[in-house]
Design a protein around this ligand. Sequence first.
Ligand code: 13P
Length: 258
Amino acid sequence: MRRILIVGNWKMNKTATEAAAFVHNVARRLPASPTVEYVLAPPFTAIESVRATLGSSSTIQLGAQNLFWEDRGAYTGEISAPMLKDLGCRYVIIGHSERRTLFGEREDAIQKKLHAAFTHELRPILCIGESLLQREEGKTEEVLRQQLHGALAGHSLHSVTALTIAYEPVWAIGTGKAATTDQAVAAHRTIRAFLAQMWSTDVAEATRILYGGSVTPHNIDTLLRSDQIDGALIGGACLQADAFVTIADIAQSIGARQ
Ligand code: 13P
């Protein structure tokens, strides 16, 4: 049984002060749930204030939006896995399409970042997804398989047990045009088939696959009803406390029914 995972990716939004106010408002409205996990991924500069506001017994876990693969050294502007661990992060987003397109992140970098996350026992959330053109050309499956292969080749079976994959079609991110449940389910099946082929059916069945791209309180219910969609990676809607709490409530009611 895969536990539902709801991840808020704040991207480059909220100062440390704004982040603390948000979390103060939201944390007490999210009851612990055996069937749903919550993660917030603030900008690096707000991780500490979110941690301090949440305290040690919170139902919300911390994630980061990126990392660098070396542990320390002359890498101006970068943040390492041990630094994130020390701040209390449990998860880290890797290979987000904004990193790929705006910052030129390539597969070899993504592979090394995954390795660093596994080594330091951070749980990576690997993002993959096709562009609109690729979808229109009927290349979605091929692109997903290429991205999975590029990121995961060379990783051991032992390390992938901590892996989560987020299917985020580029055309759905921040556009208000979410994939339909059928489109998401088809992509998730492709991803699971790849994992089964690369490692085993057990790994494929155990790995959580999230959907991301214009998820809102209005469409989360339909998406999570599919047993192929194990949660969501959410941008814009997670910046508003009420929307985040509504999404969490819906996830809980679906989790309780499963
Ligand atoms: P939106 O939910 O704003 O479309 O962003 C999705 C995303 O990129 C999450 O990582």
